[in-house]
Design a binder for this molecule. Structure first.
Ligand SMILES: N[C@@H](CCC(=O)N[C@@H](CS)C(=O)NCC(=O)O)C(=O)O
Length: 277
């Protein structure tokens, strides 16, 4: 359900476009790309998820699910990134990012992006955040005790203990299947995910492809996707939505360790369907 009743009275009085979002969060990146495509300015409420900004009561009154992004537009609260980008195009754009003749294909892409979030999350925490600065015990306890969502509490506990290798094998396999499905969609030579026009279907997948590029995924296995991404990532909206938002210090540290990990045959391409051991 994308539009929710504001849990805080003061949200109803907010005017303009407000986005609660994370710098590295792919779901937030999707929203920032859409805002840039529509040439819309927004008031930024930047959250540090690794510090547990989203586990506070104050934030969970905005989104009871305890996740970013959240859009508040003139007092209307919208959650879930694929619904937010749809809302933005529909309400503040002219609908051109979801052209009627491509509606079914856009719906398929958005739904698939939504379903693929869990595997992306596991891979990101395993291959990226695990190598950033480790949260103190106090921060970790605040996150787990503060979050209302049992799913998120369990996820953070599992992450803190270190994911089982089997779990990561499984998640890498799921991402590979997701990419094969997107590769199939593009196999008729079409330029964009939904057909002949750039649309929300592309925006939904741009941050995901970027994420796995960062994680040193063997992207050459999907030539259609690589071709698509080269064109999609050349759009000014992509640069605007990503550059300057992804925390540089964290990126440098995590990416350096990722390269080391790969050199030690423990990179993402040593898991799931890519593992040879
Ligand atoms: N289906 C939601 C997923 C939102 C989501 O999982 N957001 C992540 C960042 S991309 C988050 O806030 N995670 C908090 C956590 O893992 O504790 C959407 O598309 O907005």
């Amino acid at each position: 359900m994308p539009i929710i009743e504001p849990g805080r009275e003061d949200l109803k009085d907010l005017t303009g476009i407000h986005l609660w979002h994370g710098g590295m969060s792919n779901c937030s990146q999707r929203c920032r790309i859409t805002l840039a495509e529509l040439n819309l300015d927004f008031e930024s409420h930047l959250m540090n998820l690794q510090a547990g900004d989203h586990a506070t009561e104050e934030f969970q009154q905005i989104n009871p699910n305890g996740v970013v992004p959240v859009l508040v537009h003139d007092g209307t609260v919208v959650i879930n990134s694929v619904d937010i980008i749809d809302y933005l195009d529909n309400t503040l754009g002219d609908g051109s990012l979801r052209p009627p003749h491509l509606d079914n294909a856009v719906a398929e892409s958005l739904q698939h992006a939504d379903q693929s979030q869990l595997a992306l999350k596991y891979c990101t925490f395993e291959f990226f955040f695990q190598h950033g600065p480790r949260a103190s015990e106090e921060t970790f306890q605040n996150i787990v005790n503060g979050l209302h969502s049992k799913f998120l509490q369990d996820f953070w506990r599992e992450y803190r203990l270190g994911f089982a290798r089997e779990r990561i094998h499984d998640m890498v396999g799921r991402v590979h299947d997701d990419f094969l499905r997107r590769e199939g969609v593009l196999s008729d030579g079409r330029e964009w995910m939904a057909g002949d026009q750039f649309s929300l279907a592309d925006i939904a997948w741009m941050p995901n492809f970027h994420r796995f590029d960062l994680l040193r995924w063997p992207l050459e296995k999907y030539p259609n996707l690589m071709r698509w991404f080269e064109t999609a990532s050349a759009r000014p909206s992509y640069t605007k939505a990503l550059d300057g938002w992804e925390p540089k210090k964290l990126m440098d540290r995590a990416l350096g360790t990722l390269d080391e990990r790969r050199a030690n045959n423990d990179g993402i391409d040593n898991y799931g369907p890519f593992a040879t051991d």
